[in-house]
Ligand binder design. Structure first.
Ligand code: AMP
Ligand code: MG
Length: 518
């Protein structure tokens, strides 16, 4: 393996936990704890992301080496790695939850590649840490495979995200009660190595703030700006901190617009699951909107309140940003700029949402959102598949736009027919609008193809890969990864991946029902 350059700034520059013992506890006055991954019995590399590996400096022979497998299963370290777990807190479902921290994530170090990019490597499921609370520090294959697939798929979709380098089977079993129904069972364990320039979360700043550890808080903000936001160069610290907050607001706004564009539901938007870089992070009970419904959430734990349902995500992000604002407020004399930052969030989100919605319709711009929001309400009533609808809309010529042409991509032909008149009126309005833009069908289709993916990692697709992987067959996983590698292009041999949810998946755990049990 060629020499890798680790530059572990977080542990070098922020105060660490002085207690070296790996036992569960509250950790005060420190941003991290040194901890070693717990080795596993029989690791096996189930999948890796070749493009990301290459970017990080691992060629295919390095990926095939024993030392690579050791490092990414938690059985060994590569030279320069210094493992640690992050300390953070968070608001969970609207309530302050206190210290959470990396209960099963262990960062291995910050790799600086040949392009000078910094990539923190982090194992998820590598054993207990001081932050494990009552849990085991492990992860099951099903949730790890879901994280691996979706991280890389999101990247290909153009949505900011943490990446995933490897999926390793641990050769050990992990006991989980999938639906919290009093039926715990052993399942195969796995470890994902996820990768991002920074794993700091809103909750990383909320925890010291909640404890009145103002000096630590200030140090963390300074560190985050210096390492993760080097472009913010204001010389006055208060001004720089406001720039920092504004940038986080803007990036989070862009992220939310992307989620709404591709139909992604995160499922657990707690403040500990909000990346300071505006990346999608912590893939758990996520899902993809199919029969369009803004109130839908894949997370059964949230089925009652629907706090984190699809349509609420932009509002929740705003709420989460206000928690971050509250956390850093003690560092600023004047709080007005933080209110301005939150206002910027709303402005940026509205602008990006309008831009992306226009793109989804193949239009250069939209003066207002009503053409799009009327459509969404119709998609819901006609039970059309969100992803397939936009591709079909783009594939049909303007003079072919009739409700019945969408029958194959509705989950209920009856509902489609019931609302056909209204739907036809919308299609006619849309056709008019396209005509005034003077766009050809080809131009429109091309523009729509840039905003509307054809292939997304629908839960039932991931579940098929999981079922096979649990039987020892990795081919469906590799096939799915290959399709999702190019989500905007027609792949004629992959029709089955761009299809309505099959009936068997409607009530199957892992497809329509997911919990945080992972
Ligand atoms: P999540 O809902 O996955 O964001 O996790 C919330 C908190 O619980 C984080 O502090 C996690 O590190 C921790 N956690 C989740 N699962 C486990 C586990 N199996 N072992 C230890 N900690 C866990
Ligand atoms: Mg989390």
């Amino acid at each position: 393996m060629t020499k890798l350059n680790f530059d572990n700034r977080l542990i070098a520059e922020l105060p660490g936990d002085p207690d070296p013992r790996n036992r569960v506890r509250q950790v005060h006055g420190a941003a991290w704890s040194a901890v070693q991954p717990t080795p596993v019995a029989a690791p096996r590399l189930l999948a890796h992301a070749p493009a990301l590996a290459a970017r990080l400096g691992f060629d295919e022979s390095a990926v095939a080496s024993q030392s690579f497998l050791d490092a990414f299963s938690g059985n060994g370290l590569l030279p320069g790695m210094q493992p640690f777990a992050n300390n953070y807190g968070g608001h969970q479902f609207g309530h302050w939850a206190g210290q959470l921290g990396d209960g099963r994530a262990i960062s291995l170090g910050e790799l600086v590649n040949e392009h000078g990019e910094r990539w923190e490597l982090q194992l998820k499921g590598a054993g207990p840490t001081p932050y494990s609370r009552s849990a085991d520090g492990r992860a099951v294959l099903r949730s790890s495979l879901r994280e691996f697939i979706c991280s890389e798929a999101m990247h290909r979709l153009g949505v900011p995200t943490t990446r995933a380098l490897t999926l390793v089977g641990s050769g050990e079993e992990v006991v989980r009660d999938i639906l919290y129904s009093g039926d715990p069972r052993p399942e195969p364990g796995a470890i994902v190595c996820r990768v991002a320039p920074s794993f700091l979360r809103f909750g990383s700043f909320e925890l010291p703030a909640s404890r009145g550890e103002t000096e630590l808080l200030a140090q963390m903000v300074r560190f985050c700006i210096a390492r993760d936001f080097p472009e913010l160069t204001a010389s006055e610290p208060a001004v720089q901190m406001v720039q920092w907050f504004n940038t986080i607001c803007e990036r989070t706004a862009t992220l939310m617009a992307h989620w709404m564009r591709v139909g992604f539901v995160h499922g657990v938007m707690n403040t500990d699951n909000m990346s300071i870089l505006g990346l999608t992070i912590d893939y758990g009970p996520y899902g993809w909107v199919e029969d369009y419904d803004p109130a839908w959430t894949p997370n059964t734990t949230d089925a009652e309140g629907r706090r984190y349902c699809f349509g609420r995500q932009p509002q929740i992000a705003h709420w989460n940003l206000s928690c971050l604002a509250g956390a850093i407020a003690p560092l600023l004399e004047d709080h007005e700029p933080l209110r301005d930052g939150l206002q910027r969030y709303a402005e940026r989100f509205n602008a990006e949402y309008l831009r992306m919605s226009a793109g989804k319709l193949g239009l250069g711009n939209l003066e207002d959102i009503s053409l799009y929001s009327t459509l969404l309400s119709l998609l819901q009533r006609t039970e059309l598949d969100f992803t397939l609808f936009f591709r079909r809309l783009g594939a049909l010529a303007i003079d072919e736009l009739r409700a019945e042409r969408f029958a194959e991509i509705s989950y209920s032909e009856l509902s489609l027919m019931r609302h056909a008149d209204e739907f036809n009126r919308w299609l006619a309005d849309y056709g008019q609008r396209i005509a005034t833009e003077g766009m050809t069908d080809g131009e429109r289709r091309q523009r729509m193809g840039e905003f509307n993916p054809l292939y997304v990692p629908r839960n039932w697709l991931a579940q098929q890969a999981i079922d096979a992987a649990e039987r020892g067959d990795l081919q469906p996983l590799h096939d799915l990864v290959a399709v999702l590698d190019d989500p905007y292009s027609e792949q004629p041999e992959s029709q089955g991946y761009a299809a309505l949810r099959p009936e068997w998946a409607r009530h199957r755990p892992g497809c329509s029902m997911l919990s945080c049990s992972s």
